[in-house]
Design a protein around this ligand. Structure first.
Ligand SMILES: Nc1nc2c(ncn2[C@@H]2O[C@H](COP(=O)(O)OP(=O)(O)O)[C@@H](O)[C@H]2O)c(=O)[nH]1
Ligand SMILES: [Mg+2]
Length: 436
């Protein structure tokens, strides 16, 4: 495999800039780059000098050598911690290319780690999730996946499934009438308890788990001047939208990112819904409707002091009665009473949003299903297990049950990127002793 290199730190100036080199030629490249300084010792950070083709110094910094297989990719890896100057880093990287490395494609280090068996496919996905997470809660969830908690759960299910398949295949070896009936009950009970229940429980975490990374959109709609922009500012915690007592101030759709209980939310403030002669305002109202149509959650807001703003002709998820600092008229329990001005009721609004977004009860958060790819694979696993279960019985074709459950096994394996199912199954089965 070729030796790849890239700048691992973000573009732009910084205190430190890191170049990462991975592959069998890494040491050779370093020998030339450092003009034969002592060969680096694995795991040791040392001061090193890096030279251009003409012998001039490009930069000096810290060199760390991760000897294969104990590196991120599993190959020899060398990291150069240079000064965070884009010019110097570029020159240094070009020199590394001259010496035999090729440019790494985006994210090319991580697949190598998977190929070399350092991490599984789900952990590779967690690397990017960790980096892309926009809330601490999401980052911590990604971290659990990265540490292999997700993979262990999958493997535990695979182990259970292997046992179930082994039992069924053991029955296959007997003439049907000789399989004791209680055996089917045992298999049925084990499969329900060890596979179906945990899978269902786990799948129930998917709406929230996926939201943690994909985020949700919330649109604020209502008549002009009811306090939509004020609410956006209050929730975002900063003065983002212009607030005024002139109706029709907001004309475009304005978006701001914030979080509700660790779930990233994009909040959209819109133009007030009203019939207007003003062409720009008309377009604003049209956009408001489109935004509301696309949003996961629609917040309708009314003004407690103006009954004409109360009727809501839109299918809103939450209805708010604003300006309750001025007057508090109770117009029904389907309204949440707030004041964008003094902040009252906003905590309840956050809770309400959290609930709609799939917030789970407080306490230690388990490892969740956070990606559509994982959810689909787990759903397919569940389906195959249930299909098999339906066919389990003395009159049935047990080979079909085994086939369904092997398919379920394959779906689980796909999550971790385990390819050669037959091979693995055979190996596992070789340890089973039929009839004992
Ligand atoms: N007293 C009071 N005034 C508010 C409240 N929310 C908004 N306002 C005022 O109502 C007017 C319209 O607010 P704005 O946020 O621009 O409404 P929008 O047109 O719906 O975006 C402004 O003068 C705000 O200061 C509130 O909770 N209490
Ligand atoms: Mg506004």
């Amino acid at each position: 495999m070729s030796t790849i290199a890239a700048i691992a730190t973000p573009a732009g100036r910084g205190g430190v800039g890191i170049i990462r080199i991975s592959g069998t030629a890494a040491l050779e490249i370093i020998e030339k780059l450092t003009r034969s300084e002592n060969r680096p010792t694995p795991g040791e950070a040392r001061l090193s000098h890096w030279h251009d083709a003409d012998g001039s110094l490009i930069d000096a910094g810290i060199l760390i050598y991760f000897q294969a297989p104990n590196s991120y990719t599993g190959d020899d890896v060398i990291e150069l911690q240079a000064h965070g100057s884009p010019v110097l880093l570029r020159a240094l990287l070009n020199r590394v290319f001259e010496l035999g490395a090729i440019p790494a494609k985006p994210g090319e280090f991580t697949p190598r780690a998977v190929e070399n068996g350092r991490i599984d496919l789900a952990q590779a996905e967690a690397v990017i999730a960790c980096i892309d997470a926009t809330t601490l809660r999401a980052a911590k969830q990604a971290q659990r996946h990265l540490q292999g908690e997700f993979g262990s759960k999958i493997e535990a299910l695979m182990y259970q499934l292997t046992g179930a398949v082994a039992h069924v295949e053991a029955c296959l070896d007997f003439p049907e009438e000789e399989v004791p009936a209680f055996l089917f009950d045992t298999i049925r009970r084990d499969v329900a308890r060890e596979l179906i229940e945990p899978l269902k429980q786990w799948l129930s975490t998917a709406p929230l788990g996926e939201r943690l990374f994909d985020g949700a959109t919330v649109a604020i709609i209502g008549a002009p001047n009811v306090g939509k922009s004020s609410l956006l500012n209050a929730l975002a915690g900063r003065d983002r939208a212009i607030v005024s007592d002139v109706p029709g101030t907001t004309r475009d759709v304005l978006e701001v990112d914030f979080e509700v209980h660790g779930i990233p939310v994009r909040l959209a403030d819109t133009a007030g819904m009203r019939i207007s002669e003003d062409l720009i305002e008309q377009e604003g109202v049209r956009r408001a409707r489109v935004t509301a149509g696309d949003a996961d959650i629609v917040l309708f807001i009314a003004d407690a002091g103006r009954s004409d703003t109360w009727p809501c002709d839109y299918a809103a998820d939450i209805k708010l009665m604003n300006k309750t600092d001025l007057m508090h008229e109770h117009v029904g329990d389907d309204f949440l009473y707030i004041s964008a001005k003094d902040g009252s009721g906003l905590e309840q609004l956050r809770d309400c949003l959290g609930e709609l977004l799939g917030e789970v009860a407080a306490g230690e958060e388990g490892v969740m299903v956070t990606r559509a790819r994982h959810r689909l694979a787990l759903q397919s696993t569940l389906e195959h297990i249930e299909n098999g279960l339906k066919m389990l019985g003395p009159e049935e074709h047990l080979d079909l049950v085994a086939l369904e459950w092997r398919r379920a096994w394959t779906s689980l394996g796909e999550v971790l990127g385990i390819g050669d199912v037959e091979l693995i199954l055979d190996r596992v089965f070789s340890e089973f002793c039929i009839g004992k």
